[in-house]
Design a protein around this ligand. Structure first.
Ligand code: FMN
Length: 167
């Protein structure tokens, strides 16, 4: 599978089998996350993996969707705002860094035959409280992960002409 094939294989999976994710696959995916680049190599992130226990219920309350509840594994991807690089003009780079890491996660999972979905439309305040996250740590993305129980939809994307200008 070449990179374009992998990129096309990843899609927003919104139904999961109950089948657990093998520990080796989870470790592989998180190693791919660890290798993600970040501004000034600050790696201003923390990833919390939740599969069992009361953490599941707490997280599900932060994003109340039936499909979300079906995932056997979740990752909370957080930005550590006290570690992110801040450019001279004040632009903070933690959000960019976390986005790269999360997409590493999603692509690695797809390569391993696992489905994922980016979730940002969750209650971040509730999530921070539920997991007693420090003030400087912002839960930015929730990623449900597991074996897909749905099918990818057609990819709707702008054309190359609409998005690329060759100057
Ligand atoms: C930053 C970001 C936030 C997203 N938040 C959500 C979300 O809260 N809930 C959801 O169901 N999908 C969410 N998505 C998934 C997008 O809807 C999806 O990526 C887009 O429609 C393209 O479809 P595809 O991922 O299947 O290619 C998010 C995606 C991104 C990149």
């Amino acid at each position: 599978m070449n990179f374009l094939e992998l990129v096309k294989r990843r899609y927003s999976c919104r139904a999961y089998e109950q089948r657990p994710v093998e520990r080796e696959k989870l470790d592989y995916v998180m190693e791919c996350v660890r290798m993600a680049p970040s501004a000034v190599n600050k790696q201003p992130w923390r990833f919390r993996v939740i599969s069992d226990g009361e953490g599941r219920a707490k997280l599900q309350q932060c994003y109340a969707r039936d499909w979300f509840n079906t995932a056997p594994v979740y990752v909370i991807a957080s930005v550590l705002h006290d570690e992110e690089w801040v450019r001279g003009d004040g632009k903070r780079h933690g959000d960019i860094d976390i986005a790269i890491a999360v997409e590493h996660l999603c692509l690695a999972a797809a390569e391993q035959g696992l489905g994922t979905c980016w979730v940002c439309n969750f209650d971040a305040v509730k999530c921070g409280e539920a997991f007693s996250l420090p003030e400087s740590e912002e839960p930015a993305v929730l990623i449900p992960m597991g074996y897909a129980a749905d099918e990818p939809k057609e990819k709707k994307r702008k054309t190359i002409k609409e998005i690329v200008d060759v100057l």
